[in-house]
Ligand binder design. Structure first.
Ligand SMILES: Nc1ncnc2c1ncn2[C@@H]1O[C@H](COP(=O)(O)OP(=O)(O)O)[C@@H](O)[C@H]1O
Ligand SMILES: [Mg+2]
Length: 276
């Protein structure tokens, strides 16, 4: 799926009236099958950008087009169909605590299923081998029947990513997929995601905190700062100076050192995938 933003402006849903928009006049074209990493300091608007691309947040000005269609102007049935082709993975996957891993992973298919089929799948996991295979690619095959609340934060995050592999979506929007993973796991997880996306021709837009991982694995890098695109370049052309400017006053995020006053861990947020 190709995605395009034209002069798109968006406001964080919880932003106070009168505050400047979170994203300002974004121009972005992502071709079908492309793999793009979005980097930038905390508060730059990376998560808001993914929500905008997922049709979960309306642009307050400008246009979002997914395969040439504006989700905010589609009739209900077509909108439903389009939603089934999108997969948004939030940074903290919203996994119901008592659920089994197998059910959580198979939930990756829900947006593309009808109501009865999805209800049935919650009670009778229908494709256990597919869930096993997806978990195995993230080194979690032994957790298939484990309860989600017995997993570590990193394991939970990888279950959230295994969900993407089950999703038949043609656009994956993945928010900070590696934030709870150690460097080895992070590298393995990003390789798995990128190769799965490549195998299927799925378009992948991921926000990443780890600049070195973004540069090493993604062909195209979008630098976002203060709600605007600072650069949009092939990874090889980004260079130290641009990174230094992107992270000015946020150097600890670039060097990977802990900030002086770490932000509290974000509580799981409900994912709203509705355009209306
Ligand atoms: N809970 C919130 N309430 C109000 N404004 C928010 C909230 N979360 C984010 N924002 C606004 O949106 C901006 C971008 O946030 P976000 O998209 O989460 O950035 P990033 O993912 O790059 O850290 C923030 O700088 C802030 O102005
Ligand atoms: Mg974010």
């Amino acid at each position: 799926m190709k995605a395009a933003l034209q002069a798109a402006t968006a406001r964080h849903p919880a932003a106070r009236p009168g505050t400047p928009p979170t994203l300002r006049g974004l121009e972005l074209q992502v071709a079908a099958g492309e793999q793009v990493a979005v980097i930038g300091p905390s508060g730059a608007g990376k998560t808001t950008l993914l929500q905008l691309l997922a049709g979960a947040l309306p642009p307050s000005a400008g246009v979002l087009q997914l395969d040439g269609q504006s989700p905010w102007h589609l009739p209900r049935t077509e909108l439903q169909r389009l939603r089934g082709r999108l997969f948004l993975a939030p940074q903290v996957p919203p996994l119901p605590p008592r659920q089994r891993v197998v059910t959580s992973v198979l939930a990756g298919r829900l947006p593309a299923m009808g109501t009865w089929q999805s209800l049935r799948s919650l009670f009778y996991p229908v494709d256990i081998p597919a869930a096993f295979e997806a978990l195995d690619r993230f080194d979690l095959a032994d957790k298939l029947f484990e309860r989600v609340d017995r997993l570590s934060g990193g394991e939970r995050q990888r279950v959230g990513l295994a969900r993407a592999l089950l999703s038949p979506a043609s656009l994956w929007l993945i928010d900070e997929p590696l934030s709870a993973l150690d460097p080895t796991r992070a590298s393995q997880a990003i390789d798995t995601l990128l190769s799965a996306a490549r195998e299927r021709g799925t378009t992948l837009v991921a926000t990443l905190h780890q600049v070195d991982v973004a540069l090493a694995h993604f062909p195209r890098i979008v630098g976002l700062r203060d709600g605007a695109i600072a650069f949009d370049l092939p990874a090889a052309q980004v260079g130290r100076e641009r990174l230094a400017a992107l992270y000015a006053q946020h150097e600890h995020e670039l060097t990977g050192q802990a900030p002086e006053s770490p932000e509290p861990v974000q509580a799981p947020q409900p994912v709203v995938m509705h355009c209306r």
